[in-house]
Write a protein that binds this ligand. Structure first.
Ligand SMILES: CC(C)(COP(=O)(O)OP(=O)(O)OC[C@H]1O[C@@H](n2cnc3c(N)ncnc32)[C@H](O)[C@@H]1OP(=O)(O)O)[C@@H](O)C(=O)NCCC(=O)NCCS
Length: 407
């Protein structure tokens, strides 16, 4: 018997939930103007609250989305966010109760996977979330960079709503190609681009090829902002251009967009965060050391909600089969043995050759980490040592997974 219960929130409770969540991040409640924008992002049925003595003490939420998996298939995805428990109720099992209810609700709603960004790394493994993709930060000393070439297409600044509209259309066309990328929900754009465009003076530049390809000819965009520094470089604070969102449909467009931001005058440093770990920006530069990678970070924390459907959705490389045993405490119907072959996956009664908790399977699922690495770091049980190489071969991917959408 617990001293709290979990319920699906209705419209009248969204603001309380949002205020509660902001409080757990040590932020003040959203003012009325901000709330008008934020409330649209609460999806009916997807926000939960924990209650004690008639008061809300914790909340979780998810956005409806889709995710690309290796091989190109796209599965229904819940993007989990706004997780918080009031400071006077922490470490009493409130998040665990919310997680139990949320995992079950997302699975019942047909979400095959869920993902989130973790404020702290010790929280979510127990609920079956594993790190499945990484991103990196870049800092480029623009005055040293000496780009090796000039844009070959046209990059133009597009102001106001037109810029956002083109960016949204291009994003929808360009995402879901790489494993780990997701679709964005309408309020993502409102909160991250439209609102920030005013508050932070965001700029949007759109690239088109000199030989138009698609219907519009546009094949990439970059959202960025410039924070002015001191005119006198001895003051230390440089003018910084931050790349916030950059998507390109081909290698030429990608290079042109980076060359464009590197070419903006009166900027000392070009920085970016949330970029894929395999993005070769340094190769564009005359001085590759001008591009530093100050940090690499866990990006997608992935939860396989429906293991058989998720395993079946992705493709596998040619190789000998392997039998995986999966343990899932929160969604026990996922527990069992799965025979993975180059042609697909079947549920079997066979003894497993490798046994993984569902969070560890999530880490291997998009291909970012191999079963051998997971075994070497004692994250899985090896029953049949030969099986490691077979699993590595089957799950290997050509392109490192990346999401590229923060939520
Ligand atoms: C993170 C948070 C939601 C956890 O809520 P909670 O109700 O205290 O979690 P629970 O009591 O259900 O904890 C379950 C288990 O996770 C552990 N745990 C929870 N939060 C943890 C943390 N931040 N670091 C380490 N362990 C944590 C608990 O110790 C407990 O372990 P046990 O089962 O071995 O006893 C809450 O601390 C919070 O709101 N933090 C600030 C906001 C935040 O970071 N939100 C997450 C945004 S991604």
């Amino acid at each position: 018997m617990t001293d709290h219960d979990v319920r699906v929130l209705d419209d009248s409770q969204f603001r309380t939930a949002h205020t509660l969540f902001r409080g757990t991040l040590h932020n003040a409640p959203a003012p009325d103007e901000q709330w008008k924008v934020v409330q649209e992002s609460y999806e009916p049925g997807r926000a939960l609250g924990a209650f004690a003595d008639g008061k809300m003490i914790g909340t979780v939420q998810s956005f409806p989305s889709r995710m690309a998996v290796p091989g190109g298939a796209v599965v229904q995805h819940g993007a989990v966010s706004r997780v918080g428990v009031r400071a006077d109720w922490t470490r009493r099992g409130v998040l665990s109760a919310l997680q139990r209810a949320q995992l079950r609700a997302m699975r019942s709603a047909g979400d095959v996977v869920a993902s989130l960004r973790a404020s702290e790394t010790m929280i979510y493994g127990r609920y079956g979330y594993g790190v499945a993709s990484r991103f990196r930060y870049l800092d480029i000393d623009r005055r040293r960079a000496a780009p090796r070439s000039r844009p070959v297409g046209r990059v133009r600044l597009v102001e106001g709503e037109a810029g956002e509209r083109i960016a949204r259309e291009l994003f929808d066309e360009l995402t879901l190609r790489r494993a780990g990328t997701i679709s964005r929900w309408p309020s993502w754009w409102t909160l991250n681009v439209r609102r920030a465009a005013v508050e932070q003076n965001l700029k949007i530049a759109v690239r088109s090829s000199s030989v138009p390809s698609g219907p519009s000819g546009d094949d990439g965009y970059v959202v960025f902002k410039v924070e002015p520094g001191e005119n006198d470089p001895r003051q230390g604070k440089q003018t910084r251009l931050s790349v916030l969102d950059l998507w390109a449909g081909n290698a030429e467009a990608w290079a042109d967009l980076w060359l464009f931001v590197l070419g903006v005058d009166l900027v000392g440093e070009v920085s970016a965060e949330g970029r894929p770990v395999d993005e070769p920006v340094q190769w564009l530069l005359g001085d590759p050391r001008a591009c530093r990678v100050p940090d690499e970070f866990d990006e997608t924390w992935l939860r396989l909600l429906d293991v058989p459907t998720a395993l079946t959705a992705r493709t596998y490389r040619e190789g000998e089969p392997v039998v995986l045993g999966v343990r899932d405490v929160y969604l026990p119907e996922n527990s069992g043995s799965y025979r993975v072959t180059a042609d697909g996956v079947t549920r079997v009664e066979d003894e497993p050759e490798l046994v993984v908790d569902v969070d560890v399977l999530a880490s291997a699922y998009l291909g970012d980490v191999s079963f051998s690495t997971l075994a070497a770091t004692r994250r899985l049980d090896v029953v049949e040592p030969d099986a490691l190489a077979r699993a590595d071969t089957l799950f290997a991917v050509a392109e490192v997974p990346w999401c590229g959408s923060y939520f």
